[in-house]
Ligand binder design. Structure first.
Ligand SMILES: O=C(O)c1ccccc1NCC(=O)[C@H](O)[C@H](O)COP(=O)(O)O
Length: 215
């Protein structure tokens, strides 16, 4: 049985971390981007990372952070993975990877086939691509989906994941359409921006596991 990996993103409380772990998530995401309703300070991100350590992998999200801020964020939080969610270049990702030894993910907003074709430039720079909806007021956490059929026959050159407007009711359809090895959710398991709902986290993970079991 293929086990789809699950990332629950935009957590800011210990209770939400417990809910994600209890539901069987593989990754939690901590957003360090002051414009986001899910923003956590580096101090709080470090506390949450320590709370989660050994139980689930922690992904720290940054958006177009400068080199000094990136180094401080990595040093303070010590995440397992760093996810870049802005317009960061492959060269910048390589530099961070070489200096930190961390696993690197790059989020890309998918508009059309040419966007997907351009994603190949991250080969050798990122460990995983996260295909998300195009940016709106925020670069991520928008709660909107893109056209999943764009991924149906895409020749993936890198490990990858699917994000953007997923929720407990549509994640099985998204997996049928894309066969994503990882799914990422934020708004779809919230009652309001930044407020995670334990029962929706559980329902999301349950829907993924039911898809996996149905084969
Ligand atoms: O979640 C945010 O507020 C956010 C802000 C700025 C950059 C990235 C952000 N989230 C990144 C994620 O990985 C989200 O889980 C992903 O975009 C999917 O979000 P959603 O459509 O709300 O499920």
């Amino acid at each position: 049985m293929t086990k789809t990996q699950i990332k629950i993103c935009g957590l800011s409380t210990e209770a939400a971390i417990d809910a994600a772990i209890d539901a069987g998530a593989d990754y939690i995401g901590l957003v360090h981007f002051p414009k986001s309703p899910r923003h956590v300070s580096l101090e709080r991100a470090a506390e949450l990372r320590t709370y989660a350590a050994q139980r689930v992998k922690t992904v720290l999200l940054l958006v177009n952070a400068d080199p000094k801020s990136t180094g401080k964020a990595i040093g303070d939080v010590k995440p397992d993975v760093i996810q870049f969610h802005g317009s960061e270049t492959p060269d910048w990702l390589k530099l961070v990877a070489d200096n930190s030894g961390l696993e690197i993910w790059k989020a890309l907003g998918v508009k059309d086939k040419p966007t997907l074709a351009k994603s190949a430039r991250y080969v050798g720079a990122a460990d995983r691509l996260l295909f998300d909806a195009p940016a709106k007021a925020l670069p991520g956490g928008t709660g909107t989906s893109f056209d999943w059929s764009l991924l149906a026959d895409h020749d993936h050159k890198l490990d990858w994941g699917l994000a953007g407007g997923l929720d407990p009711d549509n994640v099985a359809d998204a997996l049928h359409a894309t066969h994503a090895p990882l799914v990422d959710v934020s708004s779809g398991v919230e009652s309001a921006p930044g407020v995670k709902q334990v029962d929706r986290i559980a329902a999301f993970c349950q829907a993924v596991r039911e898809f996996d079991e149905a084969g």
